[in-house]
Design a binder for this molecule. Sequence first.
Ligand SMILES: [Zn+2]
Length: 479
Amino acid sequence: MERAELVIEGARVIDGSGAPERRADVAVEAERIAAVGELAGWRANERIDAAGLVLAPGFIDVHTHDDGALLRTPDLPFKLSQGVTTVIAGNCGISLAPLPEGAPLPAPLNLLGGPDDFRYPTVESYRRALGAAGHGVNVALLVGHSCLRVAALGEDLERAAPPGALTAMQVALELALDQGAIGLSSGLDYPPALAAPPEELVALASVLRGHARAVYTTHMRDESDGVVESVRETLETGRQAGARVVISHHKCAGPKNFGRSVETLAMIDAARRHQPVALDVYPYTASSTALLPRFLRDPAMVLVSWSDSHPEAGGRRLDAIAADWGCSPLEAIERLDPAGAVYFQMDEDDLRRILAHPAAMVGSDGLPGRRLPHPRLWGSFPRVLARYVREQGLLDLPTAVHKMTGLSAETFGLEGRGLVREGHAADLVLFDPETVADRAGFEDPEQPAAGIARVFVNGVEAWRDGQATGRRAGRFLTH
Ligand SMILES: [Zn+2]
């Protein structure tokens, strides 16, 4: 007779490939899925009756800034509570490693932590620290282009990297990839990288060619008036470097640009006939990042999330703060620095169009570790399942799950993950499709989702009935 540690019985299995659901039992043994099918005859140490619940691969959050949070709050409740079992860290050009200790930390590097957090000159040292502390979800790391720049150029970032520095950045990237990083990310809309010309990115992304499944993800140079030119630059970088590209948190920001996703997605479709291109998106029409003068459009649409110099400003609108202080919004931004904010600046139709695109994956872009984070940190995955599947019918459930699992694992080269399939890692989530919902709002953002029953990471139960179990079975994933 066959036996397993765990058999989950009678679930509505959505396997992550996009295929329709089917009723099946799933056996878990030694961190892996041992069998999928009719397993009534199997013996098991534990059986879970999953009637009425959906069993899916654990969700993969392809766009995170959890690098530091994995060490500070290793259970990662804001991710496990959504059914997330793997996070891709190091997005938007910023990663906790590699960066020499004592290096300057210009915004947005400070979104990841302070000088006490940046202690990892190599990916290997970061990986060792993670291993020593243990962590509740799997993690794969991208190397931040802005960190490579800071390491090579110091404070003098308003220039293209000269040849010697560019070679040093290539060598550092190569070493990081050898030590297990899965690709390169850039944040070309942020001060440390504004002066980096396209050729600099091509030279770095070309390093990825020696690493078969490596990816280049990019927070593009301009997500508002210049979004079309930015998509063009991104596709061209990928083409010249021979690299797989992922456009990060794709959006068309600012009322003037509403509707332009028709154009950007058509460009992506055309490119996909010749080169690998994908994108990620979070299900909100507000963005969030550092509070910087260059991101200011309408101060009435900016909600300050946190400010180190004026903590009392958290949760208030920028126009109200400026009015109270009797100063201009730009001056208020200066006084609030360093600070973070939420920007209400996207169109629902663009969001729906982007989310429905066949190459679009769900990524939260959540920013942990601060008061009043954008609710995407706790709500992205259940919000897609509640709002865009159950309520609006924009996606069917197997398609939505595919965008959170199989497509993500395939795009980022995470072999043996993202599918409910014999031999795959037992990263699993059990949820109720009738009640699953995000509960995090802009005023009360640190709320776990409803309807996520149980979450397993490498076969170990990590979340149950609204709480982390404290059993940390996450792995550092490499190619
Ligand atoms: Zn970004």
